[in-house]
Design a protein around this ligand. Structure first.
Ligand SMILES: [Zn+2]
Length: 192
C-alpha cells in the first residue's frame, strides 16, 4: 500500500495535479500546495491505476453499483465500476440540488460513492442521500483518490482513500511563503 501511495504521488506530481510552490487559492488563502485532480485524470492510465486500487479496496463490500457526484467523481467512479464489472451512475447538481437525472432510481442493492477528492464530504453525502431516498438500498462505503478532510468529513465510516493528506492554508498576512518572498502563483490562470 505504501508503494501504491508513492506511485500515486509520483503520478499526481508528473501530471501537474499536485504542485508545490506558493499559490493564491480561490478562497483567498495562500498555500504551499495546489491540487487539481482533473490534471491527473486526463491521462486514462492514471484513471485506470487509481480506479483499480479503489476497486480492490471496496470489492470485499460487494457493491452492486457505483455512484458519483458530477463532475469530479465521473472519471474515477466509472473506472472503479469497470474494474468491479458493476454499473456506474451519477448524480448532478441542478439549481443547487443534487439529483439523479439520467438513470432510473435503483430499487435495491449495495452502493459505494466514489469521488476524486474529498474535502468536506458534502457532495458525497448529498449523492448518497439521493440514492437512499427510495428503495431498499444500502450505502456500503465512500471511496476517493485523495482525502483532504483531515478527519473532518461529514461521512459515515468507512471512508476509503488512496492518500490521506492535508495541506495547510494561510491568510496572506500570516503566509510563510509571502514572508520568504516566493513569487505567488494563481492556479487556473495561465502561467506557462
Ligand atoms: Zn503567501
Amino acid at each position: 500500500m505504501i508503494e501504491n501511495q508513492e506511485e500515486l504521488r509520483r503520478r499526481l506530481e508528473e501530471s501537474g495535479a499536485l504542485q508545490q510552490g506558493h499559490f493564491a487559492l480561490s478562497s483567498g488563502l495562500h498555500s504551499g500546495y495546489y491540487m487539481q485532480c482533473a490534471l491527473f485524470l486526463r491521462f486514462p492510465g492514471n484513471a485506470s491505476f487509481a480506479g483499480k486500487l479503489l476497486a480492490d479496496s471496496v470489492r470485499v463490500l460487494k457493491p452492486d453499483f457505483i455512484v458519483s457526484p458530477a463532475l469530479g467523481g465521473l472519471i474515477v467512479g466509472h473506472e472503479v465500476a469497470r474494474h468491479l464489472c458493476v454499473p456506474f451512475i451519477f448524480c448532478e447538481r441542478r439549481e443547487g440540488l443534487m439529483q439523479l437525472k439520467r438513470f432510473p432510481h435503483p430499487d435495491s442493492g449495495r452502493f459505494v460513492v466514489v469521488e476524486d477528492v474529498i474535502t468536506t464530504g458534502g457532495s458525497s453525502l448529498e449523492t448518497a442521500r439521493v440514492i437512499l431516498s427510495k428503495g431498499k438500498v444500502f450505502w456500503a462505503a465512500t471511496a476517493c483518490i485523495v482525502d483532504r478532510s483531515d478527519g473532518n468529513a461529514c461521512l459515515p465510516e468507512p471512508l476509503i482513500s488512496l492518500w490521506n493528506v492535508s495541506f495547510p492554508n494561510y491568510s496572506p498576512e500570516d503566509c510563510p511563503y509571502c514572508k520568504q518572498g516566493i513569487p505567488l502563483t494563481r492556479p487556473g490562470s495561465r502561467n506557462s
